[in-house]
Ligand binder design. Sequence first.
Ligand code: AMP
Ligand code: FE
Ligand code: FE
Ligand code: ZN
Length: 318
Amino acid sequence: MIRRSPVLALWWHAVSVEGANVSDEGVMARLGSMTAGCDLHLHSDASDGSVAAAQLATDLGHVHMAVLTDHDTLAGSEAFAQALDSELSPPDGVELSLRWSGGTFHLLVYGYSLASTELALRIDELAMARRNRNLELLERANQAGLEITEAEVLAAAGTTDFLAKSVGRPHFAKVLVDRGYVSSIQDAFDTYLAKGRPLYSPKTLFGLEEIGPLCADLGLVAVIAHPLSLGVPLTSLPDTLAKFQRQGLAGVECYYAGYSPQQRVELAQLASGLKLLITGGSDYHGSFKPGLAALSGFGDLSVAADIGDRLIERLHDR
Ligand code: AMP
Ligand code: FE
Ligand code: FE
Ligand code: ZN
């Protein structure tokens, strides 16, 4: 396993390019590794991914940097970082759902030792709220005649306790598939679990006005995930993002697996115009999002090494 301090890695990065000797196999191997990309948005079975954090890190192979960003939990963070073979030490990451005037959106928060920050207290609050919401979801399912049990949902999430992992709708979806009520995870959402469908129950959410300034004070980097989910037309997106920026938003996930190459470039131009950090990732969930791979997304994703470098620089600047 290669492990360097972020600063050393940046230095190593620079000298190995300038000092490359093509006849030196060792240097060539390192040069090869320099093309390794990043993935700054990954889910493990600590939330609604299907692969355990350490296994996920191992599956990635050698990368420039990767960050685990489970929903509302840091439970997989340490195991992931320990098993990761990367050029830059990964910060912790977490994905939070936030409310805003236009609905909800997802915020990726990056930083070191997140678990010992004040943000972790908010995350604990979310875990309690999530547990209550899951019990409500279960009750609604049963009332609707869907015979699913708490034990089945917990088993689908690989836990025995609603608080130990971030259990959510994808786990209910899996149980509905296993029970034969629906044909796929997507079918479960479309029929029962998506907003506006019979089992949907809203989550307790914070707003960016609470989380953004907290992140800024703590030296964390807050990035809006898959920003087109805001449902804001591209023409008014700059205004919305500028407003979020005033509330502590630091970056935009432009290189997102679910977006077209053109959308990615447009978002990067927009972010760059606002002097917001550009990030990218796959949103890998294992079997909970079939067909979506870590690093390469749907086959056409590539998040360049310097995107990881900029995130680390920003974390160190703060
Ligand atoms: P929860 O945190 O329990 O509200 O679940 C949110 C997760 O469910 C998201 O991160 C996605 O992984 C998944 N999800 C939410 N909405 C949909 C949808 N309409 N179709 C498929 N998956 C969805
Ligand atoms: Fe998810
Ligand atoms: Fe998300
Ligand atoms: Zn995600």
